[in-house]
Write a protein that binds this ligand. Structure first.
Ligand SMILES: O=C(O)c1ccccc1N[C@@H]1O[C@H](COP(=O)(O)O)[C@@H](O)[C@H]1O
Length: 601
């Protein structure tokens, strides 16, 4: 085991001597001192101060490191000095030490947040790898730059990139969080995790960084990591074990990285369940794709082996599949790919997953403002998918309790015409799906139409009571109700938004947003450009379209939105199927027929 330098203290902060032997390290120290109102000048006196600090601390096997929960932070093993990795580790050490001094980011702050259960829900990293439906799992990396390649894709938006990877079938999203050499940040990883929120079968999130301190592991968990990287080469075995156990204590099985047989043996002694074999030698950056297959021989069954680095396409993956490698990590090639989703699909041997032009898109139809059981029956028999009743006191279409019960009974008992039955998706259970893509399937019910109760700025207790009494299948919130209410209502919620309203695309709350003008039920049309803007800004968004639709205009409106038709789940009409203020059975049928014609175009 390598000897260690004792840390020294400047302005009350402990630093590792290796950290400031480089110009970059000194620049970071300068930043730190600036932040603290101190100065560090490259003059004789400061250099002497540094030399003295190094000499007086000298060579020692002890350590005086910062502690978290009373456990001392492990050190970078000294014999590894000299490589680029040492420099990165040394710089990370300085910046992490500086970060720990910032009120709100001190170890005690992180621990307090963790104790308050503020870390996002996690999934098991090894389980997620094992559940991949493909012959080998993909760990797709967000990496803007690297020390060996320089800039790769500095302008990418991390959560956008991660979403593409997820939908394409990646089991893990690896996010580089090191800022200087890789141009990443913990904020990238937090945003990536947020972008996967409420996505069924989301990928696991890996914090890829240079980890030497429990502090970084706790920080990762609070930002939403499901696993962290531990590099055997850079941490001595006792410290590695401490970090490994700490990560597991937070529910994160780490990815343990090795490059040689000796390192593999260390990882196995640790009991690591997931071992990444780096095909890149970190001293000289040489890549040898056979490294992974070579080291497989000594690995017991059940351990998941991942090939890391240098994989540039499906051809590289073939041999790994044959050798029983569980996963491949692809970074640079995906970041440089013109179409990362298509590239990821190819690596996984998956068809592109896109809908083809011959797949006819079906728009659900909601007939709202229904006031009689007869109208509900006619609408269902004409092919309507949802029947809405207005439960807003004072509005002209509001139905009495008795009438609402009658309509409810009609909706629950009227069978649907046979040609309205849905073919439900057969996608495997472990491929991630967009949140709204998933929730829109709630509304595709084959046996009967759904009953929707429309509310506007009424108390939550009233809404909950009505849902129960009327056996509502869906609740529509048409006022300024808090978005969070959707999680407190036991059936799917449709919530009204204007196209530029905040919260429209919030995942995890409303099952579908409904685009309409503010008051509702007035026949006021939405500006088509606004609708296009909202749909174009977020291609994972799915909506119900309402506002001034009628049998005469709905075909044209749908054809104007043709480009976005996959995002339009349903169309909704209230005043447009009325004649002289009453629902007109003929107009209801005309509306449904007009929508069906639009589907065929
Ligand atoms: O229709 C109503 O009277 C109503 C009252 C209160 C809130 C919402 C209401 N209707 C909703 O408005 C849209 C579209 O209506 P329109 O076609 O423009 O008349 C639809 O979502 C109805 O559910």
């Amino acid at each position: 085991m390598g000897v260690r330098h004792k840390e020294f203290v400047i302005e009350g902060v402990q630093f590792h001597p290796e950290s400031i032997l480089t110009a970059g390290g000194r620049a970071m120290l300068q930043n730190f001192l600036n932040m603290r109102g101190g100065t560090w000048k490259e003059n004789e006196e400061s250099q002497k101060r540094m030399q003295d600090a190094i000499q007086t601390n000298g060579v020692s096997t002890g350590s005086q490191n910062a502690t978290l929960n009373g456990v001392s932070s492990p050190k970078v093993a000294n014999e590894k000095k000299g490589s680029i990795l040492d420099e990165i580790f040394a710089r990370r050490r300085i910046s992490i030490e500086a970060q720990k001094q910032i009120p709100s980011q001190r170890p005690s702050d992180l621990q307090a947040s963790y104790n308050l259960n503020l870390s996002p829900p996690q999934i098991s990293f090894p389980d997620r790898l094992r559940k991949s439906p493909f012959s080998l799992s993909l760990m797709a990396e967000v990496k803007r730059a690297s020390p060996s390649k320089g800039d790769i894709a500095p302008h990418i938006c991390a959560p956008e990139q991660a979403n593409r990877y997820a939908i394409a079938g990646a089991s893990v999203i690896s996010v580089l969080t090191e800022p200087e050499f890789f141009k990443g940040s913990i904020e990238d990883m937090r945003a990536v995790r947020e972008s996967l929120e409420a996505m069924p079968n989301r990928p696991a999130v890996l914090r890829k960084d240079f980890i030497f301190d429990e502090y970084q592991i706790l920080e990762a968990r609070l930002a939403g990591a499901d696993t962290v990287l531990l590099i055997v080469k850079m941490i001595d075995e006792d410290d590695l074990r401490t970090l490994y156990m700490y990560s597991r204590s937070l529910g994160m099985e780490p990815l343990v990285e090795v490059n040689t047989e000796a390192e593999m043996k260390t990882a196995l002694r640790l009991g690591a369940q997931v071992i990444g074999v780096n095909n890149r030698n970190l001293d000289n950056f040489d890549v040898d794709l056979e490294t992974t297959s070579r080291l497989m021989g000594i690995v017991p069954r059940g351990t998941i082996i991942c090939a890391l680095s240098g994989i540039s396409g499906p051809d590289d993956v073939k041999t790994y599949q044959d050798n029983g490698v569980g996963a491949v990590l692809v970074g640079e090639a995906l970041m440089r790919a013109h179409d990362p989703s298509a590239f990821a699909n190819k690596v996984l041997g998956r068809s592109d997953g896109h809908k083809h032009s011959h797949d006819r898109h079906k728009f659900l139809v909601k007939i709202c403002g229904t006031r009689t059981p007869q109208a509900a029956k006619v609408a269902i028999e004409a092919g309507a998918d949802m029947i809405g009743i207005i439960l807003v006191e004072g509005r002209k279409r509001c139905v009495s309790k008795e009438r609402a019960l009658e309509v409810s009974e009609a909706v629950h008992q009227t069978p649907r015409p046979i040609n309205n039955h849905f073919e439900l998706g057969s996608e495997g259970p472990t491929v991630a799906k967009g949140y709204f893509e998933h929730t829109s399937t709630f509304f595709q019910r084959s046996d009967r139409a759904l009953l929707v109760g429309v509310f506007q700025n009424q108390p939550l207790s009233y809404i909950l009571a009505q849902q129960k009494v009327l056996n509502l299948d869906v609740v529509q919130l048409h006022g300024s109700e808090p978005v969070e209410w959707a999680s407190l209502i036991p059936v799917p919620v449709i919530r009204r938004f204007g196209p530029t309203d905040p919260g429209l695309g919030c995942r995890g709350y409303h099952a579908l947003p409904l685009l309409d003008s503010a008051s509702g039920g007035t026949g006021q049309r939405l500006h088509i450009d606004g609708v296009k803007w909202a749909l174009g800004a977020d291609n994972g968004l799915r909506v119900v379209l309402a506002g001034g639709l009628n049998p005469e205009n709905v075909e044209t409106i749908l054809s104007n939105l043709n480009e976005y038709s996959l995002q339009l789940v349903a169309v909704d009409v209230s005043s447009g199927v009325e004649e002289n203020g009453e629902q007109d059975l003929g107009r209801i049928k005309d509306f449904v027929n007009a929508v069906r014609r639009a589907e065929r175009k």
